[in-house]
Design a protein around this ligand. Structure first.
Ligand SMILES: Cc1ncc(COP(=O)(O)O)c(C=O)c1O
Length: 414
């Protein structure tokens, strides 16, 4: 990309890259066929209890990801809690979680009475650093939750092989990875359990919802009991033939037929949507390659296609030192593009309201990479931006390049 430095920043009175504020693709998708089906389910009066829509969705979703079993639930936080409980994690156990994630990954651990151990991330993929995971293992470590963050994925080869040797359960947090693949098979089907969220902003969305995938029949059975107040899989409501194993604290986390209908509709288009996201992410990456000051989040090793809950770019200190992220965001908005910031380390989040010494531990006392990513400047474009047409994608690339080429001018803007 040429001559970007010659263009005056819009925030300093120059011509913006886009006069109109750019807009992402409308999200979530709505269509008439799904609306009709929702009405039919409504009129049928069969709204819950593992109905035909739920059963069909679970089968289709598990198959899409190369998993044998799926258990559908109300959200992607309780799926994590149930995954941990099914693996036998409880009070006195430690669970390793990457420091950079949405806080639900950790609060699920605390909800079941275990202790979160935060471990630092890889600076390129922004996912759990496998070496640091290894170093943080103690005799109390019962599980690890690698999070496949934004548009990348954790290095499952290394993490699973370390975990297997130490008898540690692997629960993949795939809240950002619906439909994403690794070594040609779906994320969420590699660890002991994969946990997904279908909350409003996700790449597959029904407002609120979640699912656990697994290839382990026993874990699938426990997950089902956990979410359905103790009923065994496929027993009809009111017809329990056997109770849950002693100590399994079962609850009601059932989702409804309406959510399953919406997800089934979207699942049909998921592969195509992800292919488009991957094409546009590549188009952006190519245009920004080699521009000093910009580091696009690295794709997961052996991954593809990726799901892209978001597309993340770090403004690196070699060019942007001393410039607050708020100034970068203001300058980008003036050029026509609004971006999110990234998560910070969970333990610094204002909503992470836990008594420190008992509920969590930070491996080595701090996670400098995760802290650096948050305070150095990382912009995230939510996935609907990757559904834009080629002209919009090129304008987005141009805005990033223009900001990177004008860091000195940005420093001077008050
Ligand atoms: C990484 C991660 N894990 C877990 C969750 C929890 O999902 P939910 O909001 O469906 O409870 C989210 C949701 O945003 C998330 O981003």
């Amino acid at each position: 990309m040429k001559n970007i430095k010659m263009e005056k920043l819009a925030i300093a009175g120059g011509k913006p890259v886009s006069v109109k504020q750019l807009k992402p693709m409308d999200w979530p998708p709505r269509d008439k066929a799904t609306a009709k089906k929702l009405c039919e389910v409504y009129m049928s009066g069969k709204w819950s209890f593992n109905g035909t829509e739920e059963q069909a969705f679970v089968k289709e979703y598990a198959k899409f990801h190369g998993a044998k079993y799926g258990v559908f639930m109300v959200n992607g936080t309780v799926t994590l809690q149930c995954a941990l409980a099914a693996c036998g994690v409880g009070p006195g156990d430690e669970v390793i979680v990457p420091a950079l994630t949405w806080l639900a990954t950790s609060t699920a651990v605390n909800q079941i009475g275990a202790k979160t151990v935060f471990v630092d991330i890889d600076p390129l993929t922004l996912c759990l650093d496998p070496q640091k995971f290894k170093e943080a293992i103690t005799p109390k470590t019962k599980a690890v939750i690698p999070v496949h963050l934004y548009g990348s994925n954790a290095d499952l080869d290394v993490i699973i092989s370390i975990a297997k040797k130490r008898g540690i359960f692997v629960i993949e947090d795939c809240a950002h990875a619906q439909g994403g693949k690794w070594k040609g098979r779906g994320l969420g089907s590699w660890g002991d359990i994969g946990s997904f969220s279908f909350q409003q902003s996700k790449t597959l969305s029904c407002g609120e919802g979640g699912i656990c995938l697994t290839n382990d029949e026993k874990l699938a059975g426990l997950l089902y009991r956990l979410k359905h107040i103790g009923y065994a899989a496929n027993t009809a409501q009111g017809k329990a033939a056997s109770g849950p194993p002693a100590g399994l604290l079962c609850n009601n986390y059932r989702a409804t037929e309406f959510q399953a209908v919406i997800l089934r509709g979207q699942l049909k288009g998921l592969a195509k949507l992800i292919a488009l996201y991957n094409r546009n992410a590549l188009r952006l990456e190519k245009q920004l390659a080699g521009i000093p000051g910009l580091r696009v989040q690295a794709r997961g090793r052996l991954a593809g296609p990726q799901s892209y809950y978001g597309w993340a770019v770090t403004f690196t200190d070699d060019v942007f030192a001393g410039i607050p992220f708020s100034s970068i965001q203001k300058a980008m908005t003036a050029e026509g593009l609004s971006t999110w910031g990234t998560y910070g380390p969970v333990y610094k989040h204002m909503l992470y309201n836990l008594p420190k010494n008992s509920a969590y531990r930070i491996a080595n006392g701090k996670c400098p990479v995760a802290e650096g990513i948050a305070s150095s400047k990382t912009a995230v474009l939510p996935h609907p931006w990757l559904g834009s047409d080629a002209a919009t994608i090129d304008l987005i690339a141009r805005i990033f390049a223009k900001i990177a080429g004008n860091a000195d001018a940005l420093r001077a803007v008050k």
